[in-house]
Design a protein around this ligand. Structure first.
Ligand SMILES: Nc1ncnc2c1ncn2[C@@H]1O[C@H](COP(=O)(O)OP(=O)(O)OP(=O)(O)O)[C@@H](O)[C@H]1O
Ligand SMILES: [Mg+2]
Length: 436
């Protein structure tokens, strides 16, 4: 943007009479003689008529001249295009043979609405009202009656160039203000957009917290159901059998001698032992004690052994270089639950011949792979159906993996078995020194 101080005070005089041009030079310059010499030298040197070139005069006005209306209009146009506009134009009313002063002014105003214009006219030319009618209402036009004196011209030039500068300044100020308003509006729009994004993000987070809470509750409920089921199927059944046995023994006591009861007592003892074992299993599964004591690798290998002991499945557990490694409790319990769920799924759905479990580590991550050669399943379809059927095993695995910042992949195809791979960063991991 050009500032007002960068604009030179350019003045254009449009008059067919060269003597008038000379008068303007004399009035607005302190050293006309010197300019004549320069003009003549320039004319000789460039071999052309440079009688009225643009010249810088000591008053810091730059004077330019035209002898015809059209020439003046062209000069205004070019000056504006080159960003060196005229601040003021003196236009004579009579500039034959071309268009007259009024027509010239009309065109100039059309091209440059900022330019200040002084129309120089003899008293008899047009009335003020006629001039106004021709040009229209403008605050940039002044009418100067001939003959005029030096002082009048000097004052007009000084006042009107100053007026031009002031109007330009206020225009620049307005542009600056508009720019500022635009900047602020842009900033506000940006802030608004960021806020909208934050609100959307918060809403999403609130929604997923809600879903997670619901799922958490469902998992807890499922866990309770499983405990209730285990208690009912094992402990309660065993106790009911024990009760029957005791009642039977009581009846026998009344009718038969105690020697005949030995077998029944032995049976009762067996049932009691089985019940104790079942209760231990249930509580072990609720919180496997070996996990705390001996770590994840040991707990997994133990679970593996006992879990498949009655099945005709070939199970291998390979933990290369992992035996002495420990993770924090949250990581270990979640990994253990993932492992339990994967084995339960194999037992319930896969019917495999072989199961291979591998637990290994690189410096960055530890990876658990559980692979069976059983039934397999169509991943896309089955996982979608499983959500509708409210099956929570694999979903629970996914959530637990997220909880410990891990990654989870399932490879499965019908009749081709299934592999579940869980990898976790080694951040919550430490070497077992035997102190823990
Ligand atoms: N190892 C596997 N072999 C074959 N099919 C499997 C295996 N693991 C999972 N599936 C299939 O994926 C489905 C979803 O498993 P998921 O553990 O989520 O549910 P579920 O075991 O059926 O029920 P829940 O775990 O809630 O008691 C299963 O119903 C089963 O069809
Ligand atoms: Mg399951």
């Amino acid at each position: 943007m050009t500032t007002t101080s960068e604009y030179k005070k350019r003045i254009l005089v449009i008059d067919d009479n060269p003597n008038i041009h000379e008068d303007f030079r004399m009035i607005l310059s302190n050293d006309t003689e010197a300019y004549h010499v320069i003009d003549q030298l320039a004319a000789e040197y460039f071999n052309k008529d440079t009688l009225y070139p643009i010249e810088k005069v000591p008053h810091s006005y730059l004077l330019d001249f035209a002898t015809q209306g059209m020439e003046g209009v062209e000069k205004v146009k070019t000056a504006l295009e080159e960003n060196r506009p005229y601040m003021l134009a003196f236009v004579d009313m009579r500039i034959p043979p071309g268009m007259n002063g009024l027509e010239t002014i009309k065109r100039i105003i059309h091209i440059d609405p900022w330019i200040q214009i002084v129309l120089c006219t003899a008293y008899s030319d047009y009335s003020f009202r006629e001039i106004r009618q021709e040009i229209g209402t403008t605050s940039n036009l002044l009418i100067l009656k001939k003959p005029f004196d030096t002082c009048e011209i000097e004052q007009l030039v000084s006042t009107l160039t100053e007026k031009w500068i002031l109007s330009k300044k206020s225009e620049l100020k307005e542009e600056e203000l508009n720019g500022l308003i635009q900047q602020r509006t842009q900033k506000l729009t940006q802030i608004n957009q960021t806020l909208q994004l934050e609100i959307a993000e918060r809403k999403r987070a609130e929604k997923s917290i809600k879903i997670l809470t619901q799922e958490n509750i469902r998992i807890q409920e499922k866990e309770r159901q499983r405990i209730a089921c285990d208690l009912h199927d094992s402990v309660a059944q065993d106790l009911a059998a024990l009760l029957l046995k005791q009642e039977f023994m009581l009846n026998k006591l009344k009718s038969e001698s105690p020697e005949f009861m030995e077998a029944d007592v032995k049976k009762s003892i067996q049932i009691i032992r089985a019940t104790i074992k079942n209760v231990r299993n249930i509580s072990y599964n609720l919180r496997p004690p070996s996990l705390n004591e001996f770590g994840i690798v040991h707990a997994m290998s133990q679970h593996c052994e006992s879990f498949f002991q009655d099945d005709n499945i070939n199970v291998s557990f390979i933990s290369s270089d992992m035996d002495h490694r420990r993770f924090d409790y949250t990581t270990e319990i979640n990994l253990y639950r993932i492992f339990q769920e994967a084995l339960t799924n194999i037992k319930n759905h896969a019917m495999p011949k072989n199961v291979v479990i591998q637990f290994s580590a690189t410096p960055e991550k530890s990876t658990l792979s559980i692979k069976d050669d059983g039934a397999g399943f169509n991943k896309e379809k089955r996982l979608q159906d499983a959500i509708q059927e409210r099956r929570m095993g694999l979903k629970g695995i996914e959530e637990r993996v997220n909880l410990i910042n891990g990654k989870f992949v399932i490879h499965s195809n019908p009749a081709q078995g299934t592999e579940i791979i869980v990898s976790i960063p080694n951040t919550g991991y430490f070497q077992n020194t035997g102190i823990h």
